[in-house]
Design a protein around this ligand. Structure first.
Ligand code: AQP
Length: 337
């Protein structure tokens, strides 16, 4: 923990549709146990969803789906704060101040922007470029100390630390913001696409066969694993031999993550097996873990008014926590009133 700040966990997910296995293993699943140790805030970051083309007609439903996925996976709205970002103005207000602290050179190093923009950099929104600053504001508005994320978001949490440090230095307010630490756990840190073992599994991949969605039924899951890209060799005996075989490594990692055992233990059980046999076992395991979550999501989504009520209540709690921090920021930077 940094400085004298109380431990507090913040994390979020964008309502950009198609929540998948990577989001679950890399993020949500790790959030659950943190509820036993910390005060936790789990946000649906709908303002981040505006950074790429989005359909206003589906944003509300996508927001409710993410909230339902949190709760169906075991995030408890009685213990943790669940809300959607746009209901709490502190995020946007602090993001502006932090935009004036962060340096362009720092943002230029962000690999997620480079990946998402590709060759189309000039045509991207300013919001996509500044996305990591809004993420820093999400975290710092609550003086959060710990941020559980997948491996792909580690660089953004490190940027949030740099921004916090520079704010503290620039304004001569040592320890004003804690330096948040990423929490990245387990073999599910970075799940790759089922079509290409070198690209991460992503909500926005145009191919639905690249990912297992949390709401996929048993048939869809089995079919996607059957069609998942592999190589012509049988499964190896030792973990080291997975090097250079990204697709095999990914499928073994998914099995390891869901069965909560090391990759070597999975290989011990399947050494020398053909992929077809392994994929059958993998489908069964994943279906057994995801189908209760999908069923609970469907139950919750049947009552959207109740989800909205919970998000409202969470937003009220979040506003109350952020209010003193924003008041302090206003004073420190010299705003009147
Ligand atoms: N493939 C992944 N493996 C492990 N963790 C992952 N996460 C995302 N993809 C993987 C983790 O999920 C959390 C929420 O991510 P997000 O919604 O903020 O967006 P993202 O990281 O950009 O995820 P996607 O799925 O790739 O979404 P799109 O396609 O909309 O950009 C984060 O903790 C992330 O680490």
């Amino acid at each position: 923990m940094s400085g004298s700040h109380n431990s507090l966990v913040f994390s979020g997910m964008q309502p950009t549709g198609n929540l998948h296995l990577g989001n679950y293993l890399g993020a949500i699943r790790n959030w659950l146990k943190l509820q036993d140790q910390y005060r936790c805030i789990y946000c649906v970051v709908d303002m981040h969803a505006l950074t790429v083309d989005h359909d206003p007609k589906s944003l509300a439903q996508a927001t409710r789906e993410v909230a339902a996925a949190y709760m169906a996976s075991g995030v408890d709205p009685k213990r943790s704060i669940i809300f959607n970002q746009s209901q709490v103005a502190a995020h946007a207000e602090l993001a502006w101040v932090l935009n004036c602290v962060a340096r362009i050179g720092w943002l230029n190093r962000m690999t997620q922007f480079k990946d998402k923009a590709g060759k189309n950099r000039e045509a991207m929104s300013v919001g996509l470029y500044a996305y990591p600053v809004l993420m820093a504001a999400d975290i710092l508005a609550y003086r959060a100390t710990h941020v559980p994320v997948g491996d792909d978001q580690k660089q953004h949490v490190e940027l949030a630390r740099d921004i916090a440090q520079k704010f503290n230095n620039d304004f001569g307010v040592a320890d004003f913001f804690p330096l948040p630490e990423p929490i990245i756990q387990g073999p599910g840190m970075r799940i790759m696409s089922l079509r290409d073992g070198t690209a991460k599994m992503s909500k926005s991949d145009p191919s639905d066969y690249s990912r297992i969605n949390l709401t996929d039924d048993a048939d869809a899951i089995a079919q996607k694993f059957r069609k998942a890209k592999t190589d012509p060799h049988p499964l190896p005996e030792a973990e080291k031999e997975l090097e250079g075989r990204p697709e095999a490594d990914n499928l073994i990692s998914i099995y390891a993550a869901f069965s909560e055992q090391p990759k070597q233990a999975v290989l011990d059980g399947f050494r020398g097996a053909q992929f077809s046999a392994f994929k059958g076992a993998l489908s069964e395991l994943v279906v057994s873990k995801l189908s209760p979550i999908a069923a609970e999501m469907r139950r919750l989504l049947a009552d959207p008014a109740e989800i909205d009520r919970l998000l409202h209540k969470g937003a009220e709690e979040a506003r109350a926590l952020a209010a003193p921090v924003i008041a302090d920021v206003r004073r420190v930077v010299g705003f009147v009133g």
